[in-house]
Design a protein around this ligand. Structure first.
Ligand SMILES: NC(=O)c1ccc[n+]([C@@H]2O[C@H](COP(=O)([O-])OP(=O)(O)OC[C@H]3O[C@@H](n4cnc5c(N)ncnc54)[C@H](O)[C@@H]3O)[C@@H](O)[C@H]2O)c1
Length: 333
């Protein structure tokens, strides 16, 4: 615990706030979040002045002031997702971008349901999901329409509604992520587009009636290779271009129901999917050398941007692609 920080009992915080006419009581989760952060990484606060009788009388007011100061320092993040419920597709392991996003949303108060694809990763996803007290972990192969509708329905049932969906799913055969794009066989071309792009449409369609009730939001993951030629990215670049265009058309359709949808275009992050791209280390090295910020990004950066887009802070942002790549996309050379 940082010096000078004394953990506050939730009851004393709540009691103090309730007894202050100028202050509305915080949501339960705000207090819970506050306690978690206060004991972990709250900045120093001055609670060291000597206690007199007058000071004791002012104790509730001091607690309120300290709580307000802490929340102000924590910024708009505190409790941003309290009461929000979402479905996250695409966790394979702890390195997955989907996991970084889910963790970030859970840390900010969200309840999150998860899907996994394939028995091989089920136990890993279950373990990770348990660490954020997820009420649902269910299988979903996005190639199957029935899986998409069932997974969304199960999430709505388990969470009692739906405020957001994270789509962080992609696949192309490893042999199509090297060599010439020209040689991509027809069936593997469609496979990559089916899993990596059409799945967004299928999931959005299934989620639409539920997200419409909450003015909900969807975020998907893309890469610069959908806009420009990135050697080796090949068919996945075509899939990302399709994904981004689908996202924009979905934004138009879903906007009438108050639903927002956006994409995050991430720079290279070392994950399972990234490992299958030939020349991935070169992609990393080039970004580190030529991006305006000349530094790598990590899954946490993508999670922060995704959380922003899913939050009410982005209430008038839809149909957009937000680059989280140290500025690399802005370069001409
Ligand atoms: N890692 C990067 O550098 C990077 C950069 C930009 C964008 N992205 C995108 O981020 C997203 C997440 O990828 P990641 O890098 O976290 O890798 P990852 O391997 O951890 O995640 C990919 C996920 O897709 C899932 N998936 C594959 N086929 C599926 C299917 N048929 N049905 C359901 N799920 C299926 C996998 O199970 C896995 O969970 C992808 O869309 C990827 O293209 C990654």
């Amino acid at each position: 615990m940082p010096r000078g920080v004394r953990p506050l009992a939730a009851d004393s915080i709540r009691g103090a706030l309730l007894s202050s006419p100028a202050t509305k009581p915080p949501a339960r989760g705000v207090v819970r979040n506050y306690r978690r952060r206060a004991t972990k990484n709250a900045p120093d606060c001055d609670d060291s002045e000597p206690k007199s009788r007058h000071a004791t009388d002012r104790e509730p007011l001091r607690i309120v002031t300290r709580l307000k100061n802490h929340l102000a320092r924590l910024g708009p993040m505190a409790g941003r997702f309290e009461g929000k419920r979402g479905l996250v597709l695409g966790v394979a392991n702890k390195r997955s971008i989907a996991w970084a996003i889910a963790k970030r949303l859970a840390d900010e108060g969200a309840r999150v349901a998860f899907t996994f694809q394939g028995e091989r990763i089920e136990s890993t996803v279950r373990e990770l999901a348990a660490s954020v007290s997820s009420p649902l972990i269910t299988s979903c192969d996005v190639r199957e329409e029935a899986d998409c509708t069932r997974a969304v329905a199960e999430a709505v049932a388990a969470l009692g509604g739906l405020d957001f969906v994270v789509h962080s799913v992609a696949f192309a055969a490893a042999e199509d992520l090297e060599g010439r794009f020209t040689d991509t066989p027809r069936e593997r071309f469609w496979l990559a587009l089916d899993i990596s792009a059409y799945s967004l449409v299928a999931i959005a369609r299934a989620a639409e009636p539920h997200l419409a009730e909450t003015n909900g939001s969807i975020v998907t993951m893309t890469y610069l290779g959908g806009k420009r030629v990135v050697p080796h990215y090949n068919v996945m670049g075509v899939a990302k271009a399709t994904l981004e265009a689908s996202m924009r058309y979905l934004a138009w359709d879903l906007g009438t129901s108050g639903i927002r949808i956006n994409a995050v275009s991430a720079g290279p992050v070392r994950t399972l999917a990234a490992r299958s791209i030939a020349g991935f280390p070169t992609m990393e090295a080039i970004v580190n050398e030529r991006a305006p910020l000349r530094r790598p990004i990590d899954a946490g950066d993508v999670a922060a941007a995704s959380a922003y887009l899913l939050s009410d802070d982005a209430r008038n942002i839809t149909g957009t692609t937000l680059y989280v790549d140290s500025g690399y996309h802005a370069m001409g050379m």
